[in-house]
Design a protein around this ligand. Structure first.
Ligand SMILES: CCCCCCCCCCCCC/C=C/[C@@H](O)[C@H](COP(=O)(O)O)NC(=O)CCCCCCCCCCCCCCC
Length: 218
């Protein structure tokens, strides 16, 4: 009879997830939609491993990931190959609600914007983790990163629920362990390696949205 307890369970490492953002960039600095979405998939998987208190956040993220996948799998999927081609295609064909959500409540542009804002939270949070010390609190780092980014776009009730959930985050040592990257030094090194790519992806998307005046899409 197989002894399942002795079978090593392959735990996934956050390193693989964060590295996905490296593969988002093409030589011409476009962002590949599939890689971007895969990066988010991995992040959500990691968040789920932190406990069910985060499931209301993960539900919304999964929903947005799914909208992007549906666009990609649709008959005009090739137009969604990169974020740049998506913006061009949706704007050229009037597929974006610019004033209020109406005919195109699930455009790629407005959906991606929500993930893009969350990427800014991630960038801030990871930088805080990278430069933190033993007595730093993950909940405080997470809340500060949130208040400086996503919170401005969220209604009071969401802010309240999110801030409450952050209090349930494990402490720094346990959090680093869950990342499954190795020692603290290895975590810090991995973050230092991955962050420039995340920042680059954020900057390019921000510039793209700014150019087309899409940063406040309803
Ligand atoms: C590690 C702890 C996880 C902290 C997650 C921080 C983000 C907090 C976001 C709270 C969102 C609450 C859910 C509702 C959101 C929506 O209202 C709102 C607006 O959407 P709408 O315009 O369609 O209505 N949606 C959003 O802003 C998008 C939120 C997407 C959140 C993705 C979060 C993924 C977190 C991945 C964690 C990985 C941590 C890795 C650290 C080493």
């Amino acid at each position: 009879m197989a002894d399942f307890d002795s079978v090593p369970v392959e735990k996934f490492s956050l390193k693989e997830v964060l590295i996905t953002f490296q593969s988002c960039l093409t030589d011409s600095q476009e962002i590949v939609t599939d890689s971007y979405v895969n990066g988010w998939r991995g992040l959500v998987r990691f968040m789920n491993s932190l406990g069910s208190i985060f499931s209301f956040i993960s539900k919304d993220a999964v929903n947005k990931i799914q909208i992007m996948v549906t666009h990609r799998n649709g008959e005009n999927g090739d137009k969604y190959e990169t974020l740049q081609s998506m913006v061009k295609y949706e704007l050229d064909n009037n597929l974006v609600d610019l004033q209020r959500r109406a005919e195109h409540p699930e455009s790629g542009c407005r959906t991606l914007l929500r993930l893009h804002r969350a990427l800014r939270w991630l960038e801030l949070f990871l930088e805080k983790l990278r430069t933190s010390t033993e007595d730093s609190k993950t909940s405080v780092m997470c809340t500060d990163a949130y208040n400086d980014s996503l919170a401005q776009h969220h209604a009071w009730i969401i802010r309240k629920a999110a801030t409450m959930a952050f209090c349930a985050l494990p402490g720094r040592a346990a959090f680093f362990q869950t990342m499954n990257v190795g020692s603290t030094e290895q975590v810090v090194a991995m973050l230092g390696e991955a962050m420039p790519f995340i920042s680059k992806v954020y900057e390019i998307t921000e510039e793209l949205y700014k150019q087309h005046n899409l940063l406040e899409l309803p």
